[in-house]
Design a protein around this ligand. Sequence first.
Ligand code: ADP
Length: 633
Amino acid sequence: MFSVKFKTTEELPEPSPRLIDQVIGQDEAVKIVLSAVKNKRNAILLGEPGVGKSMIVKAVGEILDEFGEFTPYYVIAKPNLKNMERPIVEVIDGYYKEKKKELPKINFNAPSPFTLLIVMIIAILVSQMIIKTMPADYLLAAVAITSMIVLIFGFIIVFSSLLGARASMPSVSPSDLEPVLLYECKKRPLVRASAYNVTRLLGDVKHCPLGGKPPLGTPPHKRIILGAIHEAHRGILYVDEIKTMPLEVQDYILTALQDKKLPISGRNPNSSGATVETNPIPCDFILIMSGNMDDIYNLRAPLVDRIDYKIVLKDKMDNTLENRDKILQFIVQEIRNNKLNHMTYEACCEIVKIAQYLAGSKDKLTLRLRLLANIIKMANDLAMGKEIEEILKNFKDKDYKPLEKKGKVYIDAEHVRKVFESGIYSMEKQVAINYIKNFKRYKHIVPNDTPKVGVIYGLAVLGRGGVGDVTKIVVQILESKNPATHLLNISGDIAKHSITLASALSKKLIANGKLPLPKKDIDLSDKEIYIQFSQSYSKIDGDSATAAVCLAIISALLEIPLKQDFAITGSLDLTGNILAVGGINEKIEAAKRYGFKRVIIPEANMIDVIEREGIEIIPAKTLDDIIPLVFDY
Ligand code: ADP
């Protein structure tokens, strides 16, 4: 299986700590991204989710120092005294030195008890003198006068010390006019932003609210938020999820790429920030974007034109010894990077088998490695004693936290298998599995030994989740004065195609003696044809059912019963050749799950079959091969 022998992954060497060495199966893409960065070219990475697009960019980001000299810089914002709504933002080479400034202090010196005592004594003496000048029966008034004088003196002292403190403060705050540091960049930056996050990408000016933050009266230059495009100056801007990029943002990015500078203005039209606009701020960056295959169609042509390298990442690689070793390297990386328990040899083999399943062929290994990474992490949790339901509820793909290790535990093949079979590693798979669970109750698909006219079991794969299912195909043909075709849950294209094929091929099969002579005329032009994909998931498309539909039509037309103990998949051409189809392993699995003993598949697909146990797999090259196997006559 692998070029090294081991019992557990513990015995294997530590993987390289450099992320660039950890990227698997995408050598070409890595090379192109490195070359894009070296030559200051823009690039776009396209591919299935989880094949390593972000990983490659992050890995290149780690080694940006190797791409030559970098001049550090910092960005400051200054007020524009002529027009405060037009603050000035400057990019200055070098390191920022913060100037220590003394904030004026408010000194309020409370009068000391000694001062108060002196004041009291003076106050009492003064009042005594006043009392002496008064007649004796004015005693009450004298007491009131004394206390009033004491109070007035005290008040004068406190007030004068406050005045003294005020006098030492400047009358205008110069801090409102000081420049502020917006950003300091000491090494070549890699800045990541999602395409839908306009504020993050292009910057903004904060609102100046009544109360709250920033406080009312904050000058515009202190409310500027720098955009990712500005922070990426002299470095790389990585924008993912390009499908979600609004058109006007694409225009701004295009301008930034052309002019290498872009002003910042308030983005919210209802905010006081909207009246503020800065000068154009330098933003000379290399743009790297990523998305799924079709996402490039969401980008405007002028922006696409500015992208020099368009890289498509692979989603599978050949199943060779060298590549199996790479999967092993990936397993060890995931274990180390996520602090997981080690894996047994058998568990590693199981991961390779799943890589074949996800690639859809025994001959290939998937490169949708995020799915494999999820399976490994979940198998780790299972090995630590968690239940499947619990794992499903708490699992976080991006910031996964391993359970605390107590004693030595190994991830075993059984843990891996259980996670894979439960489908919890992928949302799409869960949807498909749930669907089948809920739907199977209504299905009457039971393999049996009673042949029937016009009834056959076809195979399909549901959605993107990749779960196979069996569909019962029923065809009825009636003599009619108003010939027509009625379709239920089957797309017009395959139906039309199959009817034409059935008509042509049945005549050929009769002519060369493969099928018995019909009892009545087999001209389809004067018949009413009903084709139904009974209780199927949704309208089935794709031509992998043409062989099955065609056989059912021939059966109904010639009134020859079909055996009911097999399921079949395959696409048919006009000369009667059976052509390869997709999702063969999922389809075989489905046939097994429903209890079929035999499954007929295109011979060209035999190379893709991973598991042959539990069901007889019959390869077929032409319709002629199939006829004696399926008809009961
Ligand atoms: P994408 O951006 O294509 O959706 P990511 O780069 O986010 O995929 O991959 C998610 C995770 O899957 C990575 O952190 C890594 O653990 C694993 N992974 C994906 N592709 C690769 C690869 N080519 N080599 C090694 N690990 C990979």
